[in-house]
Design a protein around this ligand. Structure first.
Ligand SMILES: Nc1nc2c(ncn2[C@@H]2O[C@H](COP(=O)(O)OP(=O)(O)O)[C@@H](O)[C@H]2O)c(=O)[nH]1
Ligand SMILES: Nc1ncnc2c1ncn2[C@@H]1O[C@H](COP(=O)(O)OP(=O)(O)O)[C@@H](O)[C@H]1O
Length: 206
């Protein structure tokens, strides 16, 4: 389970999309949200867009692994899709905030790797929020004001990437993913493989 968090506008959606294109074994966890759909966003691809009543019903049914209120809207990670992907041996990418990360950390423990993306500067963060230009000015202001709050949780994450250049940031997150996959405890079947190697070496050595 690979979590990417950042203040809004720092670039986690951009980095996630690039990662998903390159990494065959990585699947995005598609969140459920009550936030209005942005132009260009696709239902069931970027988010599953639901109304408040549907969200509340799903929460009561225990359909969520975690849920949080962000910028006045509700967001949640649906349980079934994540469990299915993990059971199939796939890695799952989560674009969620610090509240969701805390909840996932409690349930997943050792299986969670978390990365916090920082903008190179406040000016650049403001530029990126404006560049996206899909949200009303009021929303941009609200997100800027919340950046400090989100950033105050940086120390709860395993890795920090300052997103100056997109390519470089994607390279760094890919390196994190590669290294984490190579951890001894994540490589299943290693014991049998080493035993086989030892056995063959003994035979070869006479
Ligand atoms: N806890 C939690 N946070 C989420 C989830 N989906 C998205 N978020 C977070 O909600 C915040 C707002 O996301 P979004 O509305 O897409 O705006 P953007 O980050 O500015 O593109 C971001 O910090 C996301 O990481 C989720 O399923 N759970
Ligand atoms: N390294 C970067 N340099 C310049 N612009 C970037 C960079 N990363 C992202 N952007 C742009 O900044 C805006 C916000 O990025 P986005 O990925 O939507 O952020 P988030 O998902 O963290 O809210 C987008 O217009 C995106 O194209």
């Amino acid at each position: 389970m690979l979590v990417l968090s950042s203040p809004s506008g720092a670039g986690k959606t951009t980095i996630s999309r690039a990662l998903l294109e390159r990494e065959q074994n990585l699947r995005l966890s598609i969140s459920v949200t009550t936030r209005p759909q942005r132009p260009g966003e696709r239902e069931g691809v970027d988010y599953t867009f639901v109304d408040d009543a549907t969200f509340a019903r799903m929460r009561e049914e225990g359909a969520f692994l975690e849920h949080a209120r962000v910028f006045g809207n509700y967001y949640a990670t649906p349980r079934a899709a994540v469990e299915e992907a993990l059971n199939q041996g796939q890695d799952v990418l989560f674009d969620i905030d610090w509240q969701g990360t805390q909840q996932l950390r409690e349930s997943a423990r050792d299986d969670l790797v978390s990365v916090f993306i920082l903008p190179p500067s406040t000016e650049e963060l403001a530029r990126r929020l404006h560049k996206r230009a899909q949200d009303p000015e009021e929303v941009v202001r609200q997100r800027m004001a919340k950046a400090t709050d989100e950033m105050s949780h940086w120390a709860e994450y395993d890795y920090i990437v300052v997103n100056e250049d997109v390519e470089e940031s994607v390279r760094r997150v890919t390196a994190i993913l590669e290294a984490e996959r190579l951890r001894r405890d994540r490589q299943t079947g290693l014991r049998d493989f080493v035993q086989q190697l030892s056995h063959q070496a003994e035979k070869a050595g006479g």
